[in-house]
Design a protein around this ligand. Structure first.
Ligand SMILES: Nc1ncnc2c1ncn2[C@@H]1O[C@H](COP(=O)(O)OP(=O)(O)O)[C@@H](O)[C@H]1O
Ligand SMILES: Cc1cn([C@H]2C[C@H](O)[C@@H](COP(=O)(O)O)O2)c(=O)[nH]c1=O
Length: 241
């Protein structure tokens, strides 16, 4: 029986890699599939993994109707046994409902991959609907890590290296883009948006790797415990543990 499975985790935990592996394995056994993605970092109509794999995909647009997509292909004689749906957090709730219908009505497996929450810890509408409707939500085994070594559970957004908690929900970007803020004062400087995976403790305290490095430098002058440092006056929550 076909399934709707949501493979989820933070950024950089291997979702796209798994999407390409699953596509490969099913295809190798003679099954026919269609790969979809939306807003991949590598550009339109791509699925890219940081391990270096990259392939073509059908770009999902606001007007994409998955039910019609599958029906049209089948009418033209194309075999469709499964769908690979990467960056599924960007799909609309209606599109997720179409995916569920494809599973239930015509027995097509749907493997969706995406992050659940945005840089403010709020669920993406598409991810929320996937959690509500999926047969299974599977958290990826490979864990992205916080700079402190704990398991990363949250996706922080940085602008010129500084963690932010306001802004548009969707800004395509990558980890490893956390600038150190030195260019911010340059005339004509275009702010660099990046992401960093953090554990909840450091997300709530707004301590990114860059911030931790700065504190470690200060620590050499004025010894104090980085984890005990509260961000009073910074606008961030002052966790007391
Ligand atoms: N140079 C590398 N060597 C080994 N593994 C790597 C390398 N670069 C990235 N990775 C792995 O790839 C993972 C990211 O895979 P990717 O599919 O792009 O993640 P996601 O789609 O979840 O953002 C990292 O967590 C890491 O395990
Ligand atoms: C947290 C967060 C992320 N995004 C974007 C950034 C990336 O382009 C994708 C996630 O891709 P990945 O393959 O899982 O690394 O989502 C966003 O637009 N808004 C956010 O809040």
């Amino acid at each position: 029986m076909a399934e709707l499975v949501f493979f989820s985790g933070t950024m950089d935990c291997g979702k796209s890699t798994l999407a390409l592996q699953m596509d490969h394995n099913h295809r190798a056994r003679g099954r026919g599939g269609v790969r979809f993605s939306r807003n991949d970092r590598a550009g339109e109509s791509r699925i890219s993994s940081r391990l270096g794999l990259e392939t073509d995909a059908v770009e999902v647009l606001d007007g994409t109707d998955f039910w019609e997509e599958v029906m049209r292909r089948r009418t033209h004689g194309q075999r469709v046994d499964y769908l690979i749906c990467d960056e599924a957090q960007f799909y609309t709730p209606e599109q997720v409902e179409q995916l569920a219908k494809v599973v239930d009505e015509i027995d097509v497996d749907v493997f969706a991959f995406g992050i659940t929450a945005d840089f403010r810890t709020r669920l993406f509408p598409g991810s929320q609907r996937l959690i509500e409707l999926a047969d299974r939500v599977q958290v990826l085994q490979v864990e992205a890590l916080c700079w402190c070594g704990r398991r990363a559970t949250h996706n922080a957004r940085t602008v010129d290296g500084v963690m932010v908690t306001e802004g548009a929900q969707v800004v395509v970007g990558d980890v490893d883009m956390a600038a150190d803020g030195t260019a911010a004062s340059d005339a004509g400087h275009v702010p660099v948006v990046g992401y960093e995976t953090l554990c909840r403790r450091h997300f709530m305290r707004r301590v990114t790797a860059h911030g931790a490095n700065l504190m470690a430098e200060q620590d050499q002058l004025l010894p104090f415990d980085v984890d005990a440092c509260l961000w009073h006056g910074s606008g961030g929550p002052a966790a007391g543990t």
